[in-house]
Design a protein around this ligand. Structure first.
Ligand code: ADP
Ligand code: ADP
Ligand code: ZN
Length: 216
């Protein structure tokens, strides 16, 4: 089979980024993530799109969704050049799901579920490498040396939006906008729910089984 087209869904903190890295490496597909793409373009001028704010930054710091036109364009561009992908962070509402349906078919739809209080602990303890984007957690997945990336030696930082207030808003935005999208995918053959509460290795093994089963 050609390189798989994989969608990974789940609330903020469910482990999408962590597991997408595994998927990209194991299956040789591109990791397409709207969060990283937006963070790299936080101050781009979107004022011509008739949006409430002039850049993505204001939306992101508050934990609100960046307007659909901005993210739709990012995903359209990324998928048009990808031979197989794992799509992470999109779609986050029904309108985006409709756009995606026009862009591509999906071979596997993974949905990671994790309890809300566990998500708050994961997000407030998250640290990311400012150079390569690798993910850590101060308690659940610490680097060998505090504050230093195991992969590249870069410095680990806390994201602006990984504070408790923004985290709680992101979880509310998820419940209201993104959970209905997941419910909508749930009756597809490609859909599989993954228990996201095990160790990262346990979750990864469940994901591999699910992908292998659907792409033989
Ligand atoms: P997390 O991994 O914590 O869920 P992301 O890195 O995916 O966070 O996203 C960070 C922020 O970027 C979101 O809170 C939102 O402001 C913006 N964002 C990312 N993806 C989308 C999207 N598909 N639609 C709208 N906004 C998005
Ligand atoms: P998402 O991309 O869904 O927002 P991340 O992959 O960034 O989630 O993970 C959020 C935080 O939780 C990170 O600090 C990560 O190291 C940690 N984490 C990821 N998977 C697990 C797991 N299975 N158990 C405990 N912590 C985890
Ligand atoms: Zn790094």
């Amino acid at each position: 089979m050609a390189a798989p087209r994989i969608l990974i869904l789940g609330p903020p903190g469910a482990g999408k980024g962590t597991q997408s890295s595994n998927i990209a490496e194991e299956y040789g597909v591109e990791h397409v993530t709207t969060g990283d793409a937006l963070r790299a373009n936080k101050d781009m001028d979107i004022s011509d799109m008739d949006t409430e704010y002039d850049t993505p930054r204001e939306y992101m710091e508050a934990g609100d969704l960046v307007p659909d036109q901005v993210v739709n364009a990012i995903v359209e561009e990324a998928l048009s050049t990808a031979d197989g992908f794992v799509l992470d962070g999109y779609p986050r509402n029904r309108e985006q799901a409709e756009e995606l349906a026009d862009m591509t078919d999906l071979d596997v739809i993974l949905s990671l579920s994790v309890d809300r209080e566990e998500l708050v602990d994961r997000l407030t303890g998250r640290r990311v490498c400012e150079d390569c984007g690798a993910n850590y957690h101060v308690e659940f997945n610490p680097p060998e040396e505090e504050g230093v990336c195991d992969e590249c030696g870069g410095q680990l930082i806390q994201r602006d939006d990984d504070n408790e207030e923004s985290v709680r808003n992101r979880l509310d935005v998820f419940d209201e906008n993104t959970q209905p999208v997941i419910d909508h995918y749930a009756d597809r053959d490609a859909f599989v729910e993954i228990d996201g509460e095990g160790t990262p290795a346990e979750v990864w093994s469940e994901i591999q089984n699910a992908v292998d089963e659907r792409t033989e």
